[in-house]
Design a binder for this molecule. Structure first.
Ligand code: GDG
Length: 726
């Protein structure tokens, strides 16, 4: 396995000196560390990052022993790079709060300088075959900087915060340089489809680079954007929540709060987390429902963070002021409505809070993902809590069963709190169960493996765009050759080639003009005509059975060589154990993508998304393809992305094989013409001899020698090539 070089602003360990004077590494806690720590431990890779504080020789040795490579950043540099550009420019802009942002060129220069230091540190230790994976917004220039020095490096980048709309992104004075930095990666990963879309539009508007289906082709190399929503370690949280330590905290809390209802908020001190508005919504609840006063409490844990930045210090003041007001207004001796804590707590205590809470109140104004929401769900051993989740958190796109709120709508949020307090136990249970199942399936380990595989995956070979021709021009080129031929073969794809697509495949019946074209070709006695389609035999029979031509169904799985001939099945279709596995995965994607559907064929399974939202469909198709390629690596099948389809097909069954079978039956031919529009037709083009003529339909790259823009041009071309007999 390739070595993995992880790069993050902070190293995931701190060095401590034991009583015997020995340097010991303590692993920090947190989602990223729990995901990548085990991978780092199990492999032979390195982790490159900034250590906490000064290192003596013992500390250096301990780090090196653990395969950690320290990159030092001085206090002054931290001010410019971390508190400055990272957290005072990028962070607020990427969270849609530009009024909190400040832009200072010298801070950017420090950011660039530290990014260069990280890049140099990576380059120094990298070896051929390594996989480099860079984490987060503090290091956005690093991919490009490494790429400059190691052009063929495998580089991934993951952004843990939102990628904003291009209008917002463009506020950054250094937007060009930042994008170029990111485009240095082979794969840029983000949490959600929305962020990916935003990235694509920024790349186009700001950098002028077109990304087709989520990938940019940059001077012979690709940069792909992919969504990998980060998960949590579900087992860890469930075990922690059930631990003795956590149980002890839980009993204490139960004793303290009695039967009062508990609304819980846990976040880092950050203006993106929407804490003041949450407090306002809670205030509104108490104002509107006096009977709740004294019967409901809000526990708000605020973990100290970035207090060297003014806006963070101000945020703390603002929060504490509101807490004071509400407690003053609605408190009574012995009953305080808000329990506020500006300190972090031990994980077991946090898990106990997750368990005792009736409502987890997660209301960020923007949040890349939000792990607190997921941890709360995982810790619900009694399945008795309700998650209130802001629609502006990345987690909202996965946790559909949460009660969604718009944090800006204080009245609406207060109503949602009131309703959640009244929710039926069975409703709570079923919501938690559904979310938990999803969290299990997409846990943090899966996040890491999916992302690493995507970085490692060899880029598909690049094809170019054949020259586009007008039908007449193409005719001049081809007609003389056809006229000279004694035994010509004409192979035509149907959907997207002869016939325009319809939303419902069954609606794409042959028009009279298509029928006439086929008749005219067939009237030329010399020609062997074959319709080579992905459709099933039944449909082809119904539509074209009366023609005395060759029909090829399911991309070569079935073939019928004349009007009354039997359909023959290709031989390699016997083992289909892979289908079951594939169907399970396709079901999941069908659920996630409204309008999509699954079609089962003899030698293939197809996921259709033509009737789904176009962008979403394309996106899910990419994800699905990645996942399938990995899951089916050892199976005799291949995964093909076609026009609004992903097809999983038994290997050896291709349109290329169909051409060869045709040649065996009738051949050899002295003229070959093949026309098709999608990836499956590429096999057919590849099977033609060098002198064969292949025509790709559409405006995407292809190995074909010629190109026509769409079915109308194909029909016009064929009408002139095979004019009706006088
Ligand atoms: C960034 C993105 C994205 C909180 N209080 C305590 C404590 N925590 C832990 C939680 C959770 C983590 O901190 C917070 O994670 P979030 O995801 O909620 O937020 P950010 O720190 O802003 O993280 C975010 C994330 O990166 C991952 O990609 O989800 O959108 O902003 O794990 O458990 N842990 C302990 N004591 C506390 O008091 N031990």
């Amino acid at each position: 396995m390739a070595r993995l070089l992880l790069v993050s602003n902070r190293l995931p360990v701190t060095v401590r000196t034991s009583s015997s004077g020995k340097a010991i590494l303590d692993r920090s806690s947190g989602g990223l560390v729990s995901a990548l720590g085990p991978i780092h431990d199990a492999g032979e890779g390195l982790w490159i990052g900034n250590p906490d504080g000064e290192l003596d020789d013992g500390a250096r040795e301990a780090l090196s022993h653990g395969r950690y490579v320290p990159v030092h950043v001085t206090q002054e540099e931290t001010d410019g790079y971390y508190y400055g550009y990272s957290n005072s420019s990028i962070w607020p802009v990427f969270h849609y709060l530009p009024e909190r942002a400040s832009f200072d060129r010298s801070q950017f220069q420090t950011y660039r300088q530290i990014n260069q230091r990280f890049a140099d540190a990576v380059v120094k230790v990298t070896q051929p075959g390594d996989t480099i994976w860079i984490q987060d917004y503090q290091l956005m220039l690093v991919p490009g900087m490494i790429r400059e020095q190691v052009p063929d490096a495998q580089i991934g980048f993951f952004l843990h915060i939102p990628f904003p709309s291009s209008e917002m992104f463009s506020l950054l004075p250094e937007r060009q340089e930042i994008l170029q930095g990111l485009l240095g990666a082979n794969v840029v990963g983000v949490h959600t489809y929305d962020y990916a879309r935003h990235f694509v539009s920024s790349v186009l508007r700001v950098a002028g680079v077109h990304m087709r289906e989520g990938a940019a082709e940059l001077g012979g190399r690709r940069c792909e954007i992919a969504t990998f929503p980060i998960g949590i370690d579900v087992d860890y949280w469930q075990q922690l929540a059930a631990s003795k330590e956590s149980e002890a905290h839980l009993s204490q809390f139960r004793e303290h709060f009695g039967d009062r209802k508990i609304i819980l908020g846990v976040e880092r001190l950050d203006y993106t987390k929407g804490i003041p508005l949450k407090l306002e919504a809670f205030r509104r609840l108490l104002e509107l429902q006096p009977e709740l006063r004294g019967n409901v409490v809000m526990i708000q844990v605020v973990v100290p963070s970035r207090e060297d930045i003014d806006s963070y210090a101000q945020q703390r003041q603002e929060i504490e002021q509101i807490v004071g007001q509400i407690n003053g207004e609605y408190g009574s001796p012995g009953s305080v409505p808000i329990h506020y804590q500006h300190q972090s707590m031990a994980p077991a205590e946090l898990a106990a809070l997750y368990r005792i809470a009736d409502i987890a109140f997660v209301a960020p104004l923007r949040d890349g993902m939000n792990l607190v929401a997921k941890e709360f769900v995982a810790s619900q051993l009694d399945r008795s809590g309700t998650l209130l989740l802001s629609e502006f958190a990345g987690a909202a796109s996965e946790l559909g069963e949460a009660v969604r709120i718009n944090p800006w709508d204080v009245d609406g949020t207060a109503d949602a709190l009131a309703n959640a307090l009244e929710m039926e136990p069975s409703d709570k249970t079923s919501r938690i169960d559904a979310m938990l199942e999803r969290l299990r399936r997409n846990d943090v380990h899966r996040w890491a493996t999916r992302a690493i595989r995507a970085i490692d995956r060899p880029a598909p070979s690049m094809t170019t765009l054949p020259p586009a021709r007008e039908p007449d021009e193409l005719l001049e080129l081809i007609k003389p050759r056809l006229d000279r031929a004694i035994k010509p073969a004409v192979l035509l794809d149907y959907d997207g080639t002869l016939r325009e697509f319809e939303n419902m495949p069954s609606d794409a019946t042959p028009t009279s003009s298509i029928v006439r074209i086929l008749e005219n070709i067939h009237a030329d006695q010399r020609v062997q005509l074959a319709l080579v389609s992905g459709r099933d035999a039944k449909t082809l029979d119904a539509w074209f059975g009366h023609f005395d031509i060759t029909l090829v169904a399911e991309h070569g799985a079935w073939m019928r060589v004349g009007k009354n001939a039997q359909w023959i099945m290709a031989e390699s279709l016997l083992d289909d154990a892979w289908k079951k596995q594939v169907m399970g995965m396709l079901d999941e994607y069908t659920q996630r993508t409204p309008g999509s559907s699954v079609e089962e064929k003899t030698a293939a399974v197809v996921w259709h998304y033509r009737a789904a939202d176009n962008d979403l469909g394309k996106w899910q198709a990419r994800e699905l393809t990645t996942q399938l390629e990995y899951a089916l690596a050892n199976q005799p099948v291949e995964v093909i992305e076609g026009s609004s389809i992903v097809e999983i097909r038994q290997q050896g069954v291709t349109k290329g094989a169909a051409f060869r079978a045709l040649e065996q039956t009738f051949g050899p031919f002295d003229f070959q013409l093949a026309i098709g529009d999608d990836t499956t037709d590429e096999d057919m083009f590849a099977a033609l001899p060098e002198s064969g003529i292949s025509i790709h339909v559409g405006n995407t790259p292809s190995r074909a020698s010629e190109r026509l823009s769409g079915p109308p041009e194909v029909r016009a071309f064929l009408r002139s090539l095979f004019p009706p007999a006088e």
